[in-house]
Design a protein around this ligand. Sequence first.
Ligand SMILES: C[S@@+](CC[C@H](N)C(=O)[O-])C[C@H]1O[C@@H](n2cnc3c(N)ncnc32)[C@H](O)[C@@H]1O
Length: 348
Amino acid sequence: MNHMDGRSFSAAQDFLLEAKKFWTTQMYPLLRQQDQAMAATGAGPVHARMQQSDLYPFFAWMERHLQRMKYAGRYGLAPWHDTQRAELEQHLSAISIDIVPGFALPPYYRSFDVHQHPGGLMGDSLAGFVYERGARSTTPLDKHFDLHHRFTNLIAQWMQPQRILDLGCGFGKSTRPFAQTFAQAQLTATDLSMPCLKLARHLDAKEHIGHVTYLQADACASGLPGARHDLVTSTMLLHELPLPHLRELFAQAYHLLEPGGWTVHLDFLPQVQPGADEFTHFIHAGHSVRNNEPYMQSLAAFDLKGHLQGLGFSDISIEPFAENDQALQADYPFWRFPWTVVKARKPL
Ligand SMILES: C[S@@+](CC[C@H](N)C(=O)[O-])C[C@H]1O[C@@H](n2cnc3c(N)ncnc32)[C@H](O)[C@@H]1O
C-alpha cells in the first residue's frame, strides 16, 4: 500500500531534483573532461570513447531513472496526483474546450510515453496537472518561467504581434507570457491534449487572463482558416513531431500567416550551439533515447533552412537561444538543452 503524504512526496521530489542538479553540474562536466582526455590520446570516435568510460553508464542511468522516478516512482508525480483525483478533476469539470472541425489525433501521439510521462499527455484526465508539476524542473538550474518570458521578450524586440497562434501550447506555459506581454493581441492556442488545454484555461482564470482562445487541434493539420495571424509560434513542439508532421507544420504556418507575418519556434538543435562538437551530439542523441523523445534526432538532422526556403519563407534565421545569461558562453560547463530559435517570414 502507498502511504504517500504531502511531506514525503515533497521530500522525495526535492531529493530527485538535487540529484538532477548533481548530474547537471558535477557528472556532466566530469564526463566531458574524461572524454576530452580520451580524445587527446586518439581513443576513436565519441561512441567508442564512451564505451570505455567508467562514468558514462552512471551518467546515462541517472538521466533515465531520475526522470522515471520523478514521474512514476513510488513518490512520483503520477501516483501523487492520483491521491487527489477527485479534487483536481473537480477544478476542470466545468471547463469545455472547442475542438476544430475534422480533428483527429495523429496515431504517433499515443504510441509512447513522451518524456516518460506514464500514458503521455492524453492518458489520464490529470495528465495536465502531472505535466505542469513536472515542467517546473525541466531545466533544473533555471526557472522555466524565465525561459518562456525570455522567448517572448526576444520577439517583442522586433514586432508587436496582434494576432498570435501558439501551437502545442500544453497547459499554457508558453501562451501566458504572450498574453501578458501583448495584452492587446488576439491569442489562439492549440494542443492535442484535452487535459492540458483544460488546465491551461483553469490556470489562465487564476491569473485573470481571459483573452486566449484554446482549441483542440493538430498543429500539422490545424483545420483553421488561413492568413489570419501575424505570429505563428511554438515552444518545445518541433522535437515532438515525426518528420512528415514536422514538414507539414511549417506548411501550416505558411498557410496560417498573413503576408509579412512571422513564424518563430523555440526548440532544440545541437549543431548551432557555441562550441558544439561530437560529444554535444552524442549526449543529445542519448538524451533523446533515454528520455523517450524519439523525434529529437530527426529534427537535429533535418534541413530546416532548405525546407523553409522551399515553402517560400524569407528572412530565415536559426540561432542559439540563451536560457540564462551565461548559457551561450563557449566554456559554459554544465549540461543544458541546445535551445534554438527558428525564425522566418512570409513575404509581403
Ligand atoms: C513539450 S510540450 C510544450 C508545451 C508548451 N508549449 C510549453 O512550452 O510549456 C509539447 C506540447 O506539444 C503538444 N503536441 C505534440 N504534438 C502536437 C501536434 N501535432 N499538434 C499540437 N500539439 C502537439 C503536446 O501535447 C505538448 O503539450
